[in-house]
Design a protein. Structure first.
Lengths: 256, 353, 299
């Protein structure tokens, strides 16, 4: 059973059709890329998957369950998590707290237990902090645990956002332009990082990117969107040579 | 909490209790009243701080909830004979007209009523954002005020309730302030507190991390408003008389000023803000009434106090929008640091900031 | 209710609706551009009334001249308000809540400054003899300003519509309201346009305030609060940010208020609560109001 299926999804905003008849099937463990010119509807697709938007037509199925009209927050508990195009960290909280927030859904303690300081809650809180620290160590951010999130340099903020998403125990991870603003070396590190977490956490990854180096480098399959419609789908090589894609948009080949 | 911190807390509690005992004994009635007011407003400010400051939901309805709390409690505790005499236009409805219950029951009833009302009001209102939420909560607060002015058989209308037993004393007011402080402090430093702050910082990201937005906003709204409701009950039993005019937007403005002054995302800030504003409000009372300076009398200017307060609010938001404390707290680490410095490095090695 | 009474109420309703419409426009224009509820707008209407009052009382100006001065000074007060309480926050990129808090502060400031300067007792607004004249329409005796002023309102609305929809400045205003960041890049002098918006809105509020004082001559520094809030509600009902919507909302609310109490006199005490309940219903079910457009937030 495929982990994610979008069938003929259409999303409209008034007169504007952001996504038209969008269909994709993603298998467990794949890394799929989504590319296209700006405004092609890529982030809209993510928003439909995560439940921020409900489509006018079509169906979204996750691990066999129809989640098309499901609210956004339960989807995270089911195993879908995302990062954002313009990093959305909790900017009045520390690095550690950002991770801990993502673990709140797994708290399973009532507010009374929390306020009364029940031993059950205290144990849970301790466990969560340890788990959060473990995650920070894994991404090499543990030394900054008590630092305010906005104080981190850009690259580390990106890494924190991904770590935060990992803290929700996702099965499907949606990365929205994770390499934006990175130089060559940083991008190479990111690619290595993505491969590492996919293996370590048994993830399926759906990634929007403009940097061709990333897309061609780690994605097994790529979808190309233009004006809300899928204009091509295939392996990196197939996409690179597809005349329609070249016509609509193809980034400059990276001087790798 | 470490043993050291438990000791600091205990010493602090002893100092405060000692001060309260002394105050109760030696201070005159007026000063005691101001102290009681400070404690009551601390609780209300903490409640508003939870909603506005920590969860980022800009509610302007706190006066309405204090009204609900004040009236609910008083209707239960007012002696039956007093009820008969003050409800002279239309009699009070049953069951209130035949009830006369102890203070604690009144306070609990106030809490329950406020919780119910805030729960119900939260449904339409918490779906809104920013200024719309502000105006809707303000609207509800005003509706409560207008309804209490008109439902003469429950609230005695514009005449209000008089002769409320003066049950509130320094132990009740500071006790409840301590309770509110405990609840809010525990809440904010918990996973739920982080969820609230996440909603404030970036609602969209919070939702993406699985946090049920509406449920948490409602939780924060109900808890904060209920604290304010109980504060209202305590207020009623301090002033011994309440009327709808007491709970107009003016009251919300004052509590708002308290948390803006103190710092909207800070517990310590709410306490400091409440103390300063309540104190100033009493201290500047002389500006509103005529002043005798030897042989000249400067006529009072009612409203001058509020001119100063509103200037203060605007100045704070213009020049120091984060308030006095920002989102920092009086932390144990800070206290420990000061203590070790005072005692010259005694135990200072234990301090980790 | 007799037909006579009905027409009386109708005339009152149209009158109240007109002044609500004028004041609501100010709210909606400011909200459209700044996304700010100018809490202090309600104060501007009573400021206009009082300037006119003192113009007549102290400076012995002819009433029509005093009215004009009041409108001009009202515009000035509105612009100063923006300059002092809102612009610094806007330029610093402060969160919108800060603007709201500042607006609340400004509102209380003006109210209480009025109390300090003018005092808490009601003053009696001068009703020019021209306005006190009555007109006979069949059985109905109506004070003529109940007709004259709505007609003047229509003329003023015509001018406002011309300014907003046919002038270059109006176009700039609408551009800023539609897409603030892009409009800035188009070389529009934001500060000037916003000042202009406040000036226009405040002038209209002052006119509304004078109309209000003519109808309810007992004026008081705090008398602007409730009408101000109701006009905001009117703007929301019509669709906040939408000028024709504000006019529609204003007339609707004015008519509803008068006719509602006319048909249900025992609800008179609740008239203010009704306005708020209408607001909450609108916000809950159709937050964009009657004529407003759905604004989609970009992720």
């Amino acid at each position: 059973m495929s982990i994610l299926k979008l069938e003929s999804v259409t999303k409209r905003f008034g007169g504007l059709v952001a996504l038209s008849d969008f269909t994709v099937t993603i298998e467990d463990g794949e890394i799929i890329g989504l590319i296209g010119p700006n405004g092609a509807g890529k982030t809209t697709a993510f928003n439909v998957i995560t439940g921020v938007y409900k489509p006018e037509q079509g169906r979204v199925t996750f691990s066999g369950r129809d989640i098309t009209m499901l609210k956004a927050h339960p989807r995270t508990a089911m195993g879908i998590c995302r990062t954002f195009q313009n990093i959305r960290l909790f900017d009045q909280m520390t690095v550690l707290e950002n991770i801990l927030v993502a673990m709140h859904i797994r708290l399973k303690k009532s507010i009374f237990a929390v306020v009364s300081g029940s031993p059950g809650y205290q144990k849970r809180e301790k466990e969560m902090k340890e788990e959060a620290f473990e995650l920070l160590r894994y991404v090499n951010l543990d030394h900054l645990a008590n630092e305010r999130a906005p104080n981190l340099p850009y690259g580390q903020q990106r890494r924190l956002e991904i770590a935060r998403a990992l803290a929700t125990n996702p099965k499907l991870l949606l990365l929205d332009e994770p390499a934006a603003g990175m130089n060559h070396q940083e991008t190479a590190n990111l690619m290595e990082f993505i491969n590492k977490i996919r293996e370590e956490f048994k993830l399926t990854i759906f990634i929007i990117e403009h940097q061709m180096m990333v897309v061609m480098g780690i994605c097994k399959r790529i979808l190309v969107l233009d004006y809300g419609k899928t204009i091509a789908e295939g392996t990196p090589r197939e996409i690179q040579n597809n005349p329609k894609v070249i016509e609509a948009y193809l980034g400059v080949k990276d001087s790798a | 909490m470490t043993k050291q911190r438990k000791i600091i807390l205990l010493v602090g509690a002893l100092i405060v209790s000692g001060f309260l005992i002394y105050a109760n004994f030696f201070f005159d009635a007026y000063v005691l009243r101001v102290l009681n007011l400070i404690a009551i407003y601390m609780s209300a400010a903490l409640g508003l701080s939870l909603i506005n400051g920590f969860t980022g939901q800009f509610s302007l309805g706190i006066a309405g909830f204090m009204a609900i709390g004040g009236y609910s409690a008083s209707l239960l505790t007012l002696p039956i004979s007093v009820k008969e005499s003050i409800f002279f236009i239309r009699p009070l409805i049953w069951p209130f007209n035949s009830l006369e219950l102890p203070f604690i029951v009144g306070v609990l009833f106030a809490a329950i009523m406020t919780a119910i009302f805030s729960f119900l009001i939260g449904f339409p209102v918490l779906r809104l954002r920013g200024d719309y939420l502000a105006i809707a909560t303000l609207g509800f607060s005003e509706v409560i005020r207008v309804v209490s002015t008109n439902t003469i058989t429950i609230t005695n209308g514009a005449l209000g309730l008089k002769g409320i037993p003066a049950f509130t004393n320094i132990w009740w007011s500071f006790g409840f302030a301590g309770f509110s402080l405990f609840v809010i402090w525990r809440l904010i430093n918990s996973s739920y507190g982080r969820a609230f702050k996440a909603i404030r910082d970036n609602e969209m990201a919070a939702e993406a991390m699985g946090i049920a937005l509406f449920k948490h906003k409602l939780l924060s709204f109900v808890i904060g408003s209920t604290l304010a409701g109980i504060a209202g009950a305590l207020l009623a039993h301090l002033l011994t008389a309440i009327d709808p005019a007491m709970f107009r937007f003016f009251l919300t403005f004052n509590v708002l000023l308290m948390i803006v002054l103190g710092g909207m995302g800070s517990i310590t800030g709410a306490l400091i803000g409440a103390s300063i504003v309540t104190f100033l409000f009493e201290f500047l009372r002389y500006l509103d009434s005529p002043m005798e300076l030897g042989f000249i009398t400067i006529p009072g200017a009612p409203g001058l106090r509020m001119v100063i307060f509103s200037t203060l609010l605007i100045a704070m938001i213009l020049f120091r929008r984060q308030g006095l404390m920002g989102d920092k707290e009086l932390s144990f680490a800070w206290i420990e640091g000061k203590i070790s410095r005072f005692f010259g490095r005694k135990g200072g090695e234990n301090v980790n900031s | 209710m007799t037909l006579t009474h009905f027409f009386q109420h109708l005339a009152n309703g149209v009158y109240l609706g007109s002044l609500y419409a004028l004041i609501a426009i100010g709210y909606t224009m400011v909200y459209g551009i700044l996304r700010l509820i100018n809490f202090a707008h309600g104060e501007l209407l009573i400021v206009g009334a009082f300037i006119a009052y003192y113009g007549i009382l102290i400076f012995h100006l002819p009433w029509w001249f005093s009215f004009i001065i009041a409108i001009a000074l009202g515009a000035l007060v509105g612009m100063s308000l923006e300059r002092v309480a809102y612009r610094p926050l806007r330029e610093r990129g402060a969160p919108r809540i800060s603007l709201l808090v500042s607006a609340i502060g400004a509102s209380f400031f003006l109210q209480n400054l009025g109390l300090v300067i003018i005092g808490g007792r009601h003053k009696s607004f001068y009703r020019p003899p021209f306005f006190a004249q009555t007109v006979q329409l069949g059985d109905v005796t109506v004070m003529n300003f109940l007709f004259v002023l709505p007609i003047i309102t229509i003329i003023i609305l015509g001018i406002v519509f011309f300014l907003v929809y046919r002038s270059k400045t109006g176009m700039a205003m609408r551009a800023l309201a539609k897409d603030y960041p892009t409009a800035r890049l188009m070389g529009i002098n934001i500060n000037r346009i916003i000042a202009y918006t406040f000036a226009l809105g405040s002038a209209l509020a002052a006119i509304g305030g004078i109309m209000y004082a003519l109808r309810y001559p007992a004026i008081h520094p705090l008398a602007g609060v409730l009408p101000g809030l109701k006009c905001f509600i009117a703007a929301v009902v019509g669709g906040i940010g939408n000028v024709p919507g504000a006019v529609l909302g204003g007339f609707l609310l004015g008519m509803l208020e008068i006719m509602g109490i006319a048909f249900f006199p025992h609800l008179a005490g609740y008239r203010d609560a009704i306005a708020f309940i209408v607001l909450i219903i609108i916000l809950s079910f159709k937050p964009t109001g009657l004529l407003g457009e759905q604004v989609v937030e970009k992720v």
